[in-house]
Design a binder for this molecule. Structure first.
Ligand code: G
Ligand code: G
Ligand code: MN
Ligand code: NA
Length: 254
């Protein structure tokens, strides 16, 4: 309860910030985009992990205004990057099932694109598999609408929780984000490589791009690239960055 009271207070006064984690092409290491991740530093509670406050926001419905703030801030930042002469990169934004369940979710996303001027094709929404549990049919309709408008869709944390390969086929997604759990041992264990290889084969058949998440060690890069992962995300490329460190990072990375 105390957490929620604090969140309610701070939505207005700038205690939430976004950090941006780069995603690099597995083949040529060029940066393709950034995932926006929310951070909260409260004047009383200090830094609170999203792993703790996001579930509280989902239960209370506060995720709806917070999620819209995240979306608008991330899209505006992507437009600003372009204005500063940085290349056309994709911005990935996490979306909670609770947001997706809102009847006006699609129109509100399209409004944000219009307001910020970000082309739909440069926004990727990350949805987690828990969406399978609730109103699947209604969710698919909304995702189809967004897809039709040119927004890209990613299935986040793939392989954790309520995975279902039959649902995978029915979702209009472009990208599969392979959970860190599949990635950790890929340079050490052949069974870990077999798992990644199998998932990549399915993704290929479904014409999905694959992002390897949570890549921390250089030794993981080659096996992941050879196994057919398209994109590498993790501390090896960079920790999530505050907006002012994006341009310096890109300059260094080349
Ligand atoms: O960045 P970090 O590892 O601390 O994130 C922890 C969890 O919080 C992850 O599951 C991540 O997807 C989630 N998360 C981070 N930012 C957002 C956000 O803006 N919206 C939602 N719904 N989840 C987020
Ligand atoms: O659930 P989602 O994939 O949206 O959240 C990604 C989470 O993983 C964020 O909390 C982010 O800070 C974290 N993360 C990103 N890269 C790495 C990494 O290389 N190692 C670890 N341990 N966590 C990471
Ligand atoms: Mn994510
Ligand atoms: Na993830």
């Amino acid at each position: 309860v105390r957490l929620l009271t604090r969140i309610r207070h701070t939505l207005d006064d700038g205690a939430f910030t976004l950090v941006y984690q780069p995603q690099a092409s597995a083949l040529d290491r060029s940066v393709r985009g950034f995932e926006a991740l929310v951070r909260w530093t409260d004047s009383e509670l200090g830094t609170v992990s999203p792993a703790r406050f996001i579930p509280a926001c989902e239960e209370s419905g506060l995720i709806v205004p917070l999620g819209m703030w995240v979306l608008e801030t991330a899209c505006a930042e992507a437009v600003r990057m372009k204005q500063r002469g940085l290349p056309d990169l994709t911005i990935s934004v996490n979306v909670s099932v609770v947001q997706l369940a809102q009847p006006d979710f699609v129109s509100r996303v399209l409004e944000v694109l219009e307001r910020t001027g970000l082309p739909a094709g440069r926004l990727e929404l990350e949805i987690t598999e828990s969406l399978m549990m609730g109103c699947f049919e209604a969710s698919v309709d909304k995702l189809n609408e967004l897809c039709g408008a040119g927004v890209r869709l990613a299935l986040d944390d793939f392989g954790t929780g309520y995975s279902s390969l039959t649902y995978l086929r029915r979702l209009p997604i472009h990208t599969l984000k392979l959970d860190k759990g599949f990635i950790d041992d890929v340079h050490r264990r052949s069974d870990a490589r077999s798992m990644v290889a199998s998932i990549v084969r399915i993704a290929r058949d479904l014409k999905l791009s694959v992002v390897a998440e949570g890549v921390e060690e250089e030794e993981q890069w080659d096996p992941l690239a050879r196994l057919g992962c398209d994109t590498i995300q993790g501390w090896l490329v960079s920790r999530p960055l505050p907006p002012e460190r994006i341009a310096p990072f890109l300059a260094d990375w080349d």
